[in-house]
Design a protein around this ligand. Structure first.
Ligand code: ATP
Ligand code: MG
Length: 356
């Protein structure tokens, strides 16, 4: 298989973790006989410095001619005082909008060797293997009117039926690929948009008789994610509920450094990035944990290219390196060895290289 990937290293630790992920991608290509053509472009602070624009046209053009995007992270203190249009984060918002990436996927899975990092009890954390599917382009963050009034303020939650249908369909497809279980999250006892959401799920489920569906209220999911997270497989929800629940779910693993994400739109195109930010205080030191970005590459292989076996091999290798007792500084623990970003990546590559 031949694929074109645009690589956007970004700011802070972005370039370091992306370099690791690219090395893993290349070794997977070698092993499974795929050619990945990489093009590099700028976004965020790096793009502001070079082009005075957090998302330059050349970057958009290159992404448009690619099959997928791999992104590091954007932002840092250097650009904090910039006017709103020249903030690094603008680049990220604009790229999502430009490519209409309406579904944000965040898998949460506890690695056996990292269970002690979880704030949950080992026997609770070890059963976690879920995916939050968050609607990313609608809802209260974009609805009009939004304004300050003389004595208050207004935000508006807006969803069209078509917007709900496309994200729900996506979630059903993912549920089918995973454990065949879908939990739809809403607040249908109070909100009109939630009643629409529930209606659409009920309609769509006729097309997916093999998927078991349940409706949960968001407040109840917030509790159950802590008391019984093992219950969930695919969880689909609207933008703001997804924002909150995906952060809640992410702490279950005990480390930001191992959480990948994908933003997709229902065809094969997608943007893949770690959940964590640019961590400016450790940038340039070679100590960042590249696992989240490496696992984002695994998501790219699976969701954009349909390469399941290759994706599983990356996940296996990452888990095996943890099991062997190798960690980056953020996960340093008794009995383990602390490696630099590059040394840890070498272990992953070695694991993939020598397993065939
Ligand atoms: P942003 O606003 O970009 O989300 P943030 O400060 O909210 O940034 P991060 O940049 O993700 O969040 O950093 C949060 C903390 O986690 C920091 O202490 C950072 O050093 C640490 N951290 C984040 N990612 C990693 C990583 N890959 N490896 C090691 N430490 C990390
Ligand atoms: Mg943050």
């Amino acid at each position: 298989m031949e694929k074109k990937i645009t690589v956007l290293p970004g700011d802070g630790i972005g370039p370091e973790v992306v370099a690791s992920a690219v090395r893993v991608l290349q070794v997977i290509g070698k092993r499974f006989n795929h050619t990945f053509h990489l093009g590099y472009a700028t976004i965020g602070g790096a793009a502001i410095d070079q082009h005075n624009n957090p998302l330059p046209d050349e970057t958009i053009d290159m992404c448009e001619n690619s099959d997928a995007i791999l992104l590091g992270a954007v932002g840092g203190p250097k650009w904090d005082q910039n006017p709103p249009e020249l903030r690094p984060e603008k680049g990220l918002l604009r790229i999502r909008k430009h490519f209409d990436l309406f579904a944000n996927l965040r898998p949460v899975k506890a690695f056996p060797s990292l269970l002690d990092a979880s704030p949950l009890k080992r026997e609770v954390a070890e059963n976690v293997d879920l995916m939050i599917v968050r609607e990313l382009t609608g809802g209260v963050y974009f609805g009009e009117p939004r304004m300050r009034t003389e004595n208050g303020a207004i935000d508006t939650t807006v969803y069209s039926k078509a917007e709900v249908e496309r994200i729900v369909e996506n979630a059903f497809e993912l549920a089918r690929l995973r454990g065949g279980k879908l939990c739809s999250v809403d607040k249908a006892n109070v909100l009109e948009t939630s009643r629409l959401w529930r209606e659409v799920v009920e309609e769509k489920k006729k097309d997916y008789p093999d998927v078991r569906v349940e409706h949960n209220l968001v407040d109840s999911v917030a509790m159950k994610l802590i008391t019984n997270p093992g219950h969930y497989d695919v969880v689909v929800t609207e933008n703001m509920f997804g924002d909150i629940l995906s952060d809640e779910a992410s702490v279950i693993t005990g480390s930001l450094g191992v959480l990948p994400s994908a933003s997709i739109r229902g065809d094969n195109f997608g943007l893949y990035e770690p959940v964590h930010g640019s961590a400016p205080e450790i940038a340039g030191q070679g100590v960042a944990n590249p696992a989240a970005t490496i696992l984002s590459v695994a998501m790219m292989l699976q969701y954009s290219f349909g390469l399941k076996e290759e994706a599983a091999e990356i996940e296996r290798a990452v888990s095996a390196v943890f099991d062997d007792g190798y960690f980056t500084a953020d996960l340093a623990r008794d009995g383990g060895r602390t490696l630099s970003t590059n040394e840890w990546t070498d272990k992953v590559i070695n694991e993939i290289d020598t397993s065939f």
